[in-house]
Design a binder for this molecule. Structure first.
Ligand code: NAD
Length: 411
């Protein structure tokens, strides 16, 4: 199954529940605009590389479109389409005045020099600058891109359109970025864990957690959860899993990762397990925070955790999701659980429009409020309509987008 088919399946399930008409389904499933541009650049060795850059602008009925820019060898139009639609539902679930978009270039950033990466980014902006902008479509970092890439985007965009720091988010804090953006997605995941525990009548110290991925999202979620006294017994990254039944020393692991190029390779104060084993540990809470599609119908029957929070995008395939639903495993879906990042991106955009620098305490306070309110709304809808949290989240998001579309009018 492709990511696009999974998003479509969840869409249809929720659309049935809210009795969405066929016409409206067709409208909401069709992207507003899809752009693919040629990116021809000179490499450091003098050769010419020709790449393709994509930007899919899915829906703008609730506001300017918002979504990340991914640099990864497997980027293709189908994946970008799926992620753009996911952004539309995500911004609507947390009620931000944004639509959804996504972009990407099929390239391996690890094989490029910083100067080559910069040239590619600037050529991409040359190709799309007239269809993005602070009131139109605002890119942000995603896999393979970071705050430096966002700074190049801002700089290149401003060559055409003049001063407009709100044309992109996830910028360096010292260049119109916002404090707290880097931790935002992990913090949002942690906040959701707190809310979920409250609803399940559990306490953090009695909750054993297994966390896959120790990058931006995973490491910040681990920090938040360990400070909140959750018992994190396993974490992993691309080097494999690290397990200690009595609880891992997370501050020590964070320090180790920082000192080793954000890798846990060589960390010795834990048992070694595989990434597959981590997913099947006897824990109360499982948080996949690395890749998509890691839990399928094949391994789902062996997953023991009664609660799963999707910190990564689409880590659970629909056939596995059905297995979890049938046996009562509670799954908090990605479009709610990892919305903390886009929420603080929204604050950054507001800050840029206000020409006023927000402090980190304000960012955290407002982020916690948005995550808390959104969790409560999704939970209440799920109880009221007797549907899974995923279907409830999609119902909420799709309902808001379709109402905005109708209110705006189609002439
Ligand atoms: P990242 O690149 O910072 O970290 C990814 C982590 O996954 C690293 O620790 C890496 O070692 C690990 N990893 C890679 N391959 C692995 C494997 N085979 N098994 C186990 N671990 C592996 O990425 P990130 O920003 O933390 O994003 C993680 C996920 O969260 C992605 O699905 C991303 O789309 C999603 N997400 C991120 C944000 C954000 O703000 N960063 C927001 C929403 C969603």
């Amino acid at each position: 199954m492709r990511a696009l088919d999974a998003t479509r399946l969840y869409f249809d399930r929720a659309a049935d529940r809210i009795d969405l008409s066929e016409n409206m389904r067709q409208l909401l499933l069709t992207a507003k605009r899809e752009v693919s541009v040629q990116i021809a650049v000179e490499l450091d060795n003098g050769e010419i590389a020709t790449l393709i850059g994509y930007r899919v602008q899915h829906d703008d009925s609730r506001g300017p479109m918002k979504g990340g820019l991914r640099y990864h060898p497997e980027v293709d139009l189908s994946e970008v389409r799926s992620l753009a639609a996911l952004m539309t539902w995500k911004t609507a679930v947390v009620d931000l005045p944004f639509g959804g978009a996504k972009g990407g270039i099929a390239v391996d950033p690890a094989k490029l020099s910083p100067r080559e990466l910069e040239r590619i980014t600037r050529r991409f902006v040359d190709g799309i600058h007239d269809v993005i902008g602070p009131d139109v479509d605002i890119p942000a970092p995603d896999m393979g891109t970071n705050s430096e890439v966002m700074a190049w985007i801002m700089n290149q965009y401003q060559k055409y359109h003049g001063f407009s720091p709100g044309c992109v988010t996830g910028k360096p804090v010292e260049l119109y970025g916002i404090p707290g953006r880097e931790e935002a997605t992990g913090r949002g995941v942690g906040h959701c864990a707190f809310k979920l525990l409250g609803r399940m009548g559990r306490k953090p110290p009695q909750t054993r957690v297994a966390l896959q991925g120790f990058g931006n999202v995973g490491s910040h979620a681990a920090k938040f959860l360990s400070e909140a006294e959750f018992k994190i017994v396993a974490v992993s990254d691309v080097s494999g899993g690290y397990f200690r039944p009595g609880g891992l020393d997370i501050p020590k692991m964070l320090k180790y990762a920082r000192e080793h190029l954000f890798s846990l390779q060589g960390y010795t104060d834990a048992e070694r397990i595989s990434n597959d084993d981590l997913l099947e540990l006897d824990v109360e809470l499982l948080i996949p925070a690395a890749l998509g599609g890691v839990i399928t119908a094949e391994n789902a029957p062996r997953v023991k955790a009664p609660m799963i929070i999707e910190a990564a995008n689409q880590p659970i395939w629909p056939d596995a999701d059905q297995i979890f639903h049938d046996r009562g495993t509670v799954v908090l879906p990605d479009i709610l659980a990892n919305a903390g990042g886009v929420t603080v991106s929204y604050f950054e955009w507001v800050q840029n429009r206000q020409h006023y620098q927000w402090g980190v305490n304000r960012v955290r306070q407002e982020l916690d409020r948005v995550m808390s309110d959104s969790f409560e709304q999704v939970w209440a809808l799920s109880v009221d309509r007797k549907v899974s949290l995923r279907t409830a989240a999609y119902m909420l998001g799709i309902g808001r987008v379709s109402r905005a579309t109708i209110l705006g009018g189609i002439t």
